[in-house]
Structures are given as structure tokens and as C-alpha cells.
Design a protein around this ligand. Structure first.
Ligand code: FES
Ligand code: FES
Length: 165
């Protein structure tokens, strides 16, 4: 559901996305997911459930993993947001993008941006997670395709590469 109306008027809201300052005109209760996808053309965050249950819309906001379908854009004011478009250095893949590809962790791809952001968040907190910690770290992200084992392997492999680099 798109909250494009309401009693309050549109206002200018500024935040940083993938390191760049952005200002949007939006209703305060518009979903961050819609603003990212429709105003900023950052379509990596996907809408799955629209109810905070699946994690396909996940982004990082000030380093916290949030479901952008649940975040009113006003709440993002002044924050630093990272979307899947911003995880890799220009011209190369993030190690998680590489290992998801190699391990078959991405099939239809709907869950993948959220999975990668959740995995990146996990590896920032725990550079050498156990399998159980990976499972737990990704428990807010649903995947209908892979059965999860390839995703867990991809995260474990990324952790190995990062710690041995
Ligand atoms: Fe946001 Fe499912 S679309 S959690
Ligand atoms: Fe299809 Fe995860 S790859 S939902």
C-alpha cells in the first residue's frame, strides 16, 4: 500500500543515500521503500509482504538493518541509508555478492538485496559467525527458492574470505 495522501502536507526531507546527500518532497508517512524506489529510482529494495515480515525491502539506516516498508520517510530524516546499490565499490562486486553468485544463493532474486544487506550487517557485527549465528542473523529474511542452505554457505564463505584477506 502506498501512503501518498493524508492530512499532512508534503515537505522536504533530506538524508544521505549510499553516501550522497538527497532531498525528497514527500508526505511524512510515505514509506521509505516507495521513496527509494519511485523518487530515487533505487529499485534494488524489493516489496515482498509490505508488512515487515519478509526482509526483501531491507536497507541499512545509520548502520541498523530496517525493513523500509515499515519506515515512514520522515523517520529517515538526517540519516545515512545504504541500499543494495551502495554496498559494492564502483566496478566490483561486494564479497557477499560474489559468494551468493558462486554458491547459488540467489535464484529468483527477490530476497537477495535484503539477504545481502542482512548478511553485511551480520558480518559487521560478527566477522566470524557460526552457522547458527548466520541462521539467526538472517531469520528476518524469507526466501522461497533456495531452501536457505546455499545462502548460509554463501555467507560463511564470504566470512572466510574476509578474515583470510
Ligand atoms: Fe518489507 Fe516484506 S516488504 S518486510
Ligand atoms: Fe527467490 Fe530467495 S531467491 S525468494
Amino acid at each position: 500500500m502506498t501512503h501518498s495522501s493524508g492530512r499532512s502536507a508534503k515537505s522536504e526531507i533530506s538524508f544521505a543515500v549510499n553516501g550522497e546527500p538527497r532531498t525528497v518532497r514527500a508526505y511524512p508517512m510515505e514509506r521509505l521503500l516507495d521513496v527509494l524506489r519511485h523518487q530515487l529510482q533505487l529499485t534494488g529494495a524489493k516489496e515482498g509482504c509490505g508488512e515487515g515480515e519478509c526482509g526483501s525491502c531491507a536497507v541499512l539506516m545509520d548502520g541498523m538493518l530496517v525493513n523500509s516498508c515499515l519506515v515512514p520517510v520522515l523517520q529517515a530524516k538526517g540519516s545515512n541509508i545504504v541500499t543494495i546499490e551502495g554496498v559494492a565499490a564502483e566496478g566490483s562486486l561486494h564479497v557477499l555478492q560474489q559468494t551468493f553468485l558462486e554458491c547459488g544463493g540467489a535464484q529468483c532474486g527477490i530476497c537477495t538485496p535484503g539477504m545481502i544487506l542482512a548478511s553485511a550487517h551480520l558480518l559487521n557485527q560478527k566477522p566470524e559467525p557460526t552457522i547458527e549465528e548466520i541462521r539467526e542473523g538472517l531469520s528476518g529474511n524469507l526466501c522461497r527458492c533456495t531452501g536457505y542452505s546455499q545462502i548460509i554457505e554463501a555467507v560463511a564463505e564470504a566470512a572466510r574470505r574476509r578474515t583470510s584477506a
